[in-house]
Design a binder for this molecule. Structure first.
Ligand code: ATP
Ligand code: MG
Length: 304
């Protein structure tokens, strides 16, 4: 069936990206809660139709590690994508000061399995692996979203690409500077490694206070030594990340090899209370929000 704007009741805003806003919506005919992503684009009608057609193959991308796709349509200058609502949101809003190794293990396992399914079964390279595109629900289930299925959508978005935190692999940064547009699965594996570091540390690995502009940051990615996991992580975990962040793309492991790595393999069988972690992370986020408000209150004293 096809979804249209008339079928949807707009509920609260879930977040804003560089290209538009994501809302929680209710699909009235089915009574299903969905996430509605809006992407603003300056394109002609024919291009919009092409994008919608390309997005349609998402109906076939069904996997436990991939956010379910319900449909896409366009209205005026926006593409709208309806997808599964993930009640705990994206990982970037949950990792706090950094997540423990076992939780990182389960998240990484889901990411690698999702990326492998996209590649092997649908021949899709994600192209935008980063913590905001890793979603979680209250059951502790982890899924990927926002992968590059539509060539036309990817190309239209790339033209207006901004963003101050780059998850791009060194070879991608160099290729982009040379005006090339090739993209391989190796680059997604770099972005996976960088995302793992961010989740483990609780912040983007190329510290914004050291690299105070995007140029210096990109330079550090291309010319510098790759960053590492914090000291308190196991040697196996550090080795896993080190392999993903190999500066030479051909030397990075593929998904099958990553799944066989002793560190990742361990989380296939080890039990981790992911639902409990999500619950505590959501509580900590609420607490931080409240305290943030409190801290701002005592100000008037200064004016006396
Ligand atoms: P960028 O614009 O660079 O891709 P982004 O991924 O943060 O960054 P969006 O994809 O527009 O931007 O998403 C905005 C926010 O909405 C996300 O950070 C996430 O917190 C939230 N979000 C997106 N999709 C869902 C979903 N299916 N369920 C719940 N929350 C979502
Ligand atoms: Mg996103």
């Amino acid at each position: 069936f096809k979804i249209s704007m008339n079928d949807l009741t707009l509920l609260e805003e879930l977040g804003k990206g560089n290209y538009g806003t994501v809302h929680r919506v209710l699909h009235k005919p089915t009574n299903v809660t969905m996430a509605l992503k809006e992407v603003r684009l300056e394109l002609d009608e024919a291009k919009f139709s092409q994008i919608i057609m390309e997005l349609d193959i998402l109906h076939k991308a069904i996997s436990p590690q991939i956010v379910e796709f319900y449909g896409a349509f366009f209205v005026e200058t926006c593409v709208y994508i309806c997808m599964e609502y993930m009640s705990a949101g994206s990982i970037d809003k949950l990792y706090g000061d950094g997540i423990p190794e076992d939780v990182l293990g389960k998240i990484t396992l889901a990411m690698v399995k999702g990326l492998k399914t996209l590649k092997d079964e649908h021949n899709i390279i994600h192209r935008d692996v980063k913590p905001t595109n890793v979603l979680v629900n209250e059951k502790g289930i982890v899924k990927l979203c926002d992968f590059g299925v539509s060539g036309n959508l990817v190309a239209s978005i790339a033209k207006t690409n901004i963003g101050c935190q780059s998850y791009m692999a060194p070879e991608r940064i160099k290729a982009e500077n040379a005006g090339q547009i090739t993209y391989t699965v190796h680059s997604d594996i770099w972005s996976l490694g960088l995302s793992m570091l961010e989740m483990a540390k609780g912040g983007y690995p190329y510290d914004p206070s050291t690299y105070n502009n995007i140029f210096a940051q990109l330079q550090a990615i291309v010319d510098g030594e790759p960053p590492e996991l914090p000291e308190d992580f196991s040697e196996d975990a550090k080795d896993f990340v080190r392999q993903c962040l190999n500066k030479s793309p051909r030397n990075r492991p593929n998904y099958a090899q990553l799944l066989r790595h002793p560190w990742l393999h361990r989380w296939e069988t080890e039990e981790v209370d992911m639902a409990g972690w999500v619950k505590r992370a959501l509580e900590a986020r609420e607490k931080a929000k409240k305290e943030g408000v409190k801290e701002e209150k005592p100000k008037p004293a200064l004016h006396k």
